[in-house]
Design a protein around this ligand. Structure first.
Ligand code: NAD
Length: 248
């Protein structure tokens, strides 16, 4: 059967590395982006130049109508969905809890939790055997912050990833008998632009040196774990978490 994957936030960072790897493994890859079409188009062009299949799909994952429309469009372009990588996420700049207002907290939860939830729902509707699907696999990109809490920095972000972990656990149990596996990766400090956007360039170098492995991670190292969890090699794995955090 043809493998079809949606990678949310696929235009850069971990999403980009995952889209490129899945395409090399033979997936038709739906590269989701919110606003940076040029970056998404660049990923698509790179995949096609290497002989793979990819298409860019715009959608803000926090917007329910846009998510529904995107999955319908993926059906039309690529056929039945077999894999979802819930990678899109945001992190605001470091702040203590006293500085967090409802607008920021709600925005983090809307994207990291509600957005991932909506994408899971659309994937389950297509993959579940009770809906006539042939099964599939979902990987949620959580964070070491869900375990460590990010005190004094991003407790809102940590809480959103904790909610994502509960989503992984609960959904994995709910859809196990429907042929769908749901797993998670929890990266630690990875070299992507999320840190520059979050307000601290150089953060991965500074804190990565303090880890047992004495370095930050590369997006490709996370993509490799995502690809394994999606693959048939992980056919008996569901509700599991892979920590990619340099030993912390
Ligand atoms: P990134 O900022 O490069 O990538 C995030 C992507 O998500 C971007 O392309 C962004 O445009 C997209 N996105 C954000 N909001 C969106 C929305 N509403 N709709 C659609 N797309 C949206 O950062 P990254 O490090 O590659 O992050 C990928 C995932 O990895 C995130 O979920 C992040 O929380 C997680 N993560 C990253 C690290 C790290 O150190 N880089 C550590 C732990 C977890």
């Amino acid at each position: 059967m043809q493998k079809v994957a949606v990678v949310t936030g696929g235009s850069r960072g971990i999403g980009r590395a995952t889209a490129l790897l899945l395409a090399r493994e033979g997936y038709r890859v739906a590269v989701n982006y919110r606003s940076n079409q040029a970056a998404a188009d660049d990923v698509v062009a790179q995949i096609r130049a290497a002989g793979g299949q990819a298409h860019a799909f715009a959608a803000d994952i926090a917007d329910e109508a846009q998510v529904v429309a995107m999955f319908a469009a993926v059906d039309e372009v690529f056929g039945p969905l077999t894999a979802l990588v819930n990678n899109a996420g945001i992190l605001f700049k470091q702040a203590r809890v006293e500085e967090l207002d409802a607008a920021r907290i709600n925005r983090v939860l809307a994207i990291n939790v509600t957005g991932s939830f909506l994408c899971c729902r659309e994937a389950v509707k297509r993959m579940a055997t009770r809906h006539g699907g042939s099964g599939g696999a979902i990987v949620n990109v959580s964070s070491a912050a869900s375990r460590l809490g990010a005190p004094g920095e991003y407790v809102d972000y940590a809480a959103s990833k904790g909610a994502m972990d509960s989503l992984t656990t609960g959904l994995s149990l709910e859809v196990a008998a429907q042929g769908i596996r749901v797993n998670s990766v929890r990266p630690g400090l990875i070299y992507t632009d999320i840190h520059a956007d979050g307000g601290e360039p150089g953060r991965v170098d500074r804190l990565g040196a303090l880890l047992p492995m004495q370095r930050g991670g590369q997006p490709e190292e996370v993509a490799a774990a995502i690809s394994w969890l999606l693959s048939d090699a992980a056919s008996y794995v569901t509700g599991s978490f892979i920590d990619l955090a340099g030993g912390k």
